[in-house]
Design a protein around this ligand. Structure first.
Ligand code: C2E
Ligand code: CA
Ligand code: CA
Length: 578
């Protein structure tokens, strides 16, 4: 009983201890643990590199700083700590007397100063508790959301006020807003079996986790004993909300470990969007709440949109993503190959590798139906590497079969650039495959370059140095002019099939194609026309000195074995004609 009382009155405080000495860390820890006032959750950091990482990525309530640890100047380090540590209170420790050291450190941002020689369990714990309380008071005065959650509830008035402000912003900017109402399932039994204190800690841990899945602009609030609300502003479409729901659902999926207990949680999520479900805080919350109760009917963590249509779209999207994840694991993906023909020699210069999904239901799913989902969920990154790996294997097979100069072109999505290890990973793949990199070509669209031009440029250069070449895909559909892209290592331009298919139907298409070819040639780039289906289109392209063509006229994308057969039959034909 006394232990229970004790636990109830102590508050959990996350403390980062910066000291180079492990023995000091153990000592401070022992002092803090033996205090009756706080329940310390300690992290030790002995050096500056880890410190930066921890400060930026983990969340702490208080920092205890041993003044020996600094990057050259105590004062500069202290200022860095306050700025990077999000103004978390800092308790400074050193061996020198208070009157000589404290004033300077306190002026420069320390919340308290203690002399090491005078430390005992009262002084250290009390200092930590005081600076922590002071911080919480000042945060609730300025209304910082994160700490409202950390310290418990936010009151309903404040919540409605937040929601109202967000709604006004949404109305002004004519954007969508989503309110997520999350309620933990069967929270009462957690409270009953483990006690309220633990129940509370569970909510805090979950809040921390959920916050990691949100964008900076989204706000998370605890609005009841077992409830959170999230306001998501500037929602483009239901898929944006789906992304967030997926993250929240995943984050809730792992059990929470508290004082050695593993607690599995599940929750019900209700979603109401502005303007569809209402334009006042009250209606929006009521409807999100109603949707949440609907979700309660399903077992496990589940969600419901107030708006039925949104619910269906989101459901389909999430199901597709889950299936796609299995597809990658279960070898359901396959590459098809479409030949590219050289218009001068009539030879097959290369092939474009095009992804197909052999769905377990027996259908062959075309990429247009699943690549967008793979891009939204980030799955395109591992899928993209799989494609390159597979293409490299086939490149070797082709050489062994007697087609040593065949170029393999692979499509690269703009989202793959989000992976900061992209060049490194591609390098590893081609190094392991041991292939002639000059036969590997990556196709990208202008949008891939636009996202972060400097970074994209750097990636292209690095890969180009390995021998890989680049093609600009779907050219003519974007906004950039070729001369803008001159400084990039692009060797080839692919004219979008929409222009080729307009040939004979519109004069504009002819002018555009002619212009692209002559400009590309003047910039020493080759040109491939895509989507060539008829003799007429082919003739026009030949007259314009287009270098290569790709299209149903010569061949559709086909499985590997068919490609091998296709190459052999063209070889036989060439022999006969000689
Ligand atoms: P894309 O890169 O523009 O690929 C060319 C598309 O045109 C292919 O569609 C191809 O089958 C189709 N095509 C080729 N010749 C003709 C023709 O004569 N007439 C018509 N109507 N269509 C023709 P597919 O295979 O359905 O691929 C669609 C898109 O999916 C590709 O467009 C590409 O953007 C994307 N994609 C395919 N594989 C991958 C991949 O591995 N990674 C990424 N990121 N995207 C891929
Ligand atoms: Ca392509
Ligand atoms: Ca294309």
């Amino acid at each position: 009983m006394t232990e229970m009382m004790d636990l109830m009155s102590r508050s959990s405080v996350r403390i980062l201890i910066l000291t180079p000495e492990h023995t000091d860390f153990l000592w401070y820890g022992a002092l803090l643990r033996s205090s009756f006032e706080i329940l310390p959750d300690l992290t030790w950091c002995p050096d500056l590199v880890d410190c930066d990482d921890l400060i930026r990525n983990a969340r702490f309530d208080v920092i205890i700083w041993d003044c020996i640890l600094h990057g050259g100047s105590e004062v500069a380090f202290l200022q860095y700590l306050s700025v990077s540590g999000d103004d978390k209170p800092i308790v400074a420790l050193s061996s020198e007397p208070e009157d000589t050291r404290a004033p300077e450190l306190l002026i420069n941002g320390a919340a308290d100063y203690l002399r090491k020689g005078a430390l005992d369990r009262w002084s250290l714990a009390r200092a930590v508790r005081c600076v922590w309380y002071a911080q919480q008071m000042s945060d609730s005065a300025t209304g910082q959301l994160g700490l409202e959650v950390a310290s418990g509830f936010i009151n309903r008035d404040l919540f409605f006020d937040r929601l109202l402000q967000a709604l006004m912003r949404a109305e002004r900017s004519e954007t969508r807003l989503a309110l997520l109402h999350i309620n933990l399932d069967d929270f009462r039994s957690v409270n009953e079996s483990l006690g309220y204190q633990m129940g509370d800690q569970l909510m805090l841990k979950l809040a921390d986790r959920i916050r990691q899945g949100l964008r900076r602009v989204d706000s998370l609030m605890r609005i009841g004993g077992d409830e959170f609300a999230i306001i998501i502003e500037k929602v483009e479409d239901s898929l944006d909300v789906t992304q967030i729901i997926r993250k929240v659902v995943n984050l809730l999926g792992d059990a929470v470990v508290l004082n050695g207990h593993r607690i599995a949680v599940s929750a019900s999520l209700g979603v109401a969007t502005y303007p569809e479900a209402g334009d006042t805080p009250e209606t929006l919350l009521r409807r999100a709440n109603r949707a949440m109760f609907e979700a309660k009917r399903d077992a496990g963590t589940s969600y419901r949109f107030y708006n039925q249509q949104l619910h269906i779209t989101a459901g389909r999207q999430l199901k597709l993503e889950a299936d796609l994840r299995n597809a990658l694991r279960g070898n359901e993906l396959e590459l098809y190959y479409q030949p590219r023909i050289d218009l001068v020699t009539e030879e097959v210069r290369g092939v474009e590798c095009l992804l197909r999904w052999n769905h377990p239901d027996g259908t062959l799913v075309p990429p247009d139906e699943f690549i967008p989902a793979a891009e939204r969920s980030g799955l395109i990154v591992p899928i993209g590497y799989w494609v390159i790996e597979q293409a490299c294997h086939r490149l070797r097979d082709a050489a062994l079969l007697g087609y040593p100069g065949l170029v393999f072109a692979v499509n690269l999505s703009f989202r793959q650039f989000h992976d900061r290890k992209m060049t490194e990973t591609i390098f590893r793949i081609i190094y392991n495959a041991n292939v002639d990199t000059s036969l590997l070509e990556l196709e990208l669209t202008e949008s891939a370059m636009m996202h972060d031009p400097d970074y994209a440029q750097r990636c292209l250069r690095e890969l180009n140095q390995l021998g890989i070449s680049f093609a600009l895909d779907d050219f003519g559909t974007g906004f950039s002019s070729l001369s803008n892209l001159q400084h990039l290592p692009i060797a080839l331009v692919k004219i979008d099939k929409s222009f080729v298919q307009e040939l004979g139907l519109s004069r504009d298409a002819e002018h555009i194609i002619r212009a692209i070819i002559s400009l590309a040639h003047s910039l020493q780039m080759s040109v491939v026309a895509e989507g060539v289906e008829t003799e007429g289109q082919l003739e026009f392209l030949r007259q314009q000195q287009c270098d290569e063509v790709q299209g149903y006229y010569y061949a559709r994308p086909m499985p590997w074995n068919d490609l091998v057969e296709f190459l052999a039959s063209r070889n036989r034909l060439a022999c006969l004609q000689q």
